[in-house]
Structures are given as C-alpha cells and as structure tokens.
Design a protein around this ligand. Sequence first.
Ligand code: AVJ
Ligand code: FE
Length: 440
Amino acid sequence: LLDLDPEALRKRAGSALRTARERTHTLTTCVDDHDLTAQHSPLMSPLVWDLAHIGNQEEQWLLRAVGGRQAMRPEIDSVYDAFEHPRAQRPSLPLLAPAEARGYVSEVRGRVFDVLERIELRGAPLVDAAFAFGMIAQHEQQHDETMLITHQLRRGPAALTAPAPPDTADGAALPDEVLVPGGPFTMGTSTEPWALDNERPAHRRLVPPFHIDTSPVTNGAYARFIADGGYAERRWWTPEGWAHIQEHGLSAPLFWRREGGQWLRRRFGVTEPVPEDEPVLHVSWYEADAYARWAGRRLPSEEEWEKAARHDPATGRSLRYPWGNEDPTPDHANLGQRHLRPARAGSYPRGASPLGVRQLIGDVWEWTSSDFLPYPGFRVFPYPEYSQVFFGPAYKVLRGGSFAVDPVACRGTFRNWDLPIRRQIFSGFRTARDAAPEAA
Ligand code: AVJ
Ligand code: FE
C-alpha cells in the first residue's frame, strides 16, 4: 500500500469498498425484515439503522465532501447521526424500512464509483492516497462488526455459519511468555496512508523490559479463576469493578452458563461446551484486570502491547504487523469473519512477532491497561467525533482486532476503545509482568 501508484490505489479503494459491501449484504440478508428492524439488545441499534447509517456516512464523506455533490436526502442525516440518538432510542426513530435502506445505500454506492473513477487521488488530505475511501471502507467494516455483535445477542436459531478456524496450534512447544527487552521503539504511524487520526503521529517511546503472554488467556485458564472464587474475592478487583459485578450479579463471561458441572456457551444461536484452549471472549475490562491480578500479573499497557506487536529487535524499527510489512493473509491471522470464533491459543505460527508473540492480530480484541488518550502531536482528522470526543479516562484501549475485524480496519497501530463494563464486544486479553531491569 505504501508505494502504490494512483491507478493501483483506485483499484484498492474500489475493492475495499466492495469487500465491505459483500459483508454488509451477508449480515443484512441472513435474517428477515422483522429481525432487521427489531432491537435485539438495548446495547445495540436495529440492524437496519446500521445499514442506512453506513450509506449516510458514505454519502456525507465520499459524495458531498469529496465529490462536491448535493445531499440526496438531507432530512435523514439527523436520524443516522450517532451522537443525536443513543442506541437504545434508535428503534423509535423514523428509520428507512429495509427495502428503502437497501435502495439508498446502493444508490449512494453507484454514485461513489462515479466519483472514484474520475477523481485525482493526490492533493488535498481527504483524497490523497484515497484516504476518505479507505476511511469509509473501514467505517463500513466497523459497523459490520457491530452488526455481528447484534447477531450474537439475537435469540433464536443460527442465521450465520462459517467453517472452524484451521488447527495450526503447536501449543506444547510454546513458552508461556516472551521477554520484550527494554529500550525505545516507534509507536504510532505517520506513513500508513489509511491509518486513522488517533494512530498518528509516529513518536518514540521508552519502554522498560517486560514479559507478555505468548497467546491470549484461554477459557480454561479463565475457568480456573472462576473455580478459585475469583468473582467472590474483593481483593482481585478494582473498587469500580467490584461494585459493578455486585450490582449486576456477574459471575462468568457473557453468554456462559453452568450446566451439569460444565460450562456451556451460546454462540451465534448454537449452544456448545466452552472450549478450554480457545481465547476467552466477552469479558469486560474489569474482569480482565481482576483475572490478571489473581494470576499475579497485570494487563499490558497499550505501548507495551504495540512494542510486542511491532518492534523488530534486529533492526530497531517498527513493523506494520507482527509478521512484517506484508498485508494480512489467511495464514497470518484470523480476521474478516472467515470464521465465527477465535482459533486455539497458540495458532498462526506465521503471524508471530519477531520475538515469538502469537495472535496479536485477529482472534480477540485485547484489553490493555491504558486510557484512550491522544498521542503527542495528535491532530483531529477529518472529524472530532471519530476519536477526539472519546479521549479521557472513561474509555480503555483494546488492541489487535478480533476474528470479526476486516484486514482493512486492522494493523499494528490500530486503536479501539470502549467502556470498562462492556463485554458484548469480541473482547479478550493477555497478561504481562515487569521484567528485572538487567533484562534490558
Ligand atoms: C472505533 C469501534 C469504537 O463503533 O463506536 C463507527 C467506530 N465510529 N462509527 C464505534 C465508529 C463511528 C467506533 N469504534
Ligand atoms: Fe458510524
């Protein structure tokens, strides 16, 4: 991507938009109109809201801002403005019906391809390197992940199926943790063309040595925390985390249920035993943090996570991905909703970082200990409601992307964030610990 000529960029932008639309199509045609307009959880929008919101954002950025076109239906902008209406209230808005929403998004897309064919992809920041097209492809993919979460929350029989991830784990041979030597590394990026504003700019950080888990924490390990009374002992929890689990009576990850002496979980309409060696999913930051304390460890900070994922000790430089600068393939990571679950811990040897850390990209989003804050030199681009309005101590950073993240919306620098109580998202974690100074 870094040195593509304008024609190659045009192709790349077009194919990123098409890939996103195929996925949107799958997610909005696998259930009937009733399920599209229903609210499956107060935490989520009706699927048909996400669908038209995808088209409305695309219209605003690619047709109006980039293409200089008039608004197609100015009256709907406010309905699809995420800041005007919280999710719980979206079912009562005058939403486009499923057929209208489909018509709207496809009309927008047709005109977007006219714009993309004609426009010069260098010059103003929005068009340079096709940034706005990449941003909108990422936006659609992010809402596709949101819609997949809605599908997971939906009751009733399965609407989606996918093959299991390939079994590439060689777990027995892997060390539990990896030492990341101390010293400076380059965090963030100033050169990745489609990186979003919060990933910029590249800057140096001095990171003391630390150890980090080779793979994400598994269901089996998490079940041992539960069995050891983890949810009953205040000492493992922050005061806010403890208050939260008391108030809501939480005692296991979301979607888990105890039956006949074993843990079962519901996954996209199918109930199955919780697989021991799969990364744990659907835990809040509070639960991840408590587990880490119980294990005598801690969550990695965001900068530690990124150093583990990108730092190449051989060159001292930061890579785009743990495996190098090459775009993700199915051999590197479990991404793109190819599978509807994480792969076993220890999978994807070809996706390992230079130091041997596995599954940093794909499988599960990983909670970090860090608040979502701007990097030094941060500049809003192109709108403050993407990142800036969320900066502060209320949100915790997640890294790495889940099986539900498309490659276009995932890289070593990508930052996600959510409230520490959230667990309907595809969230897991790995743990870390300080290393002795001499390890530097
Ligand atoms: C970056 C995933 C937190 O879904 O709330 C979508 C992405 N921003 N539309 C979200 C986003 C605007 C955002 N996250
Ligand atoms: Fe959005």
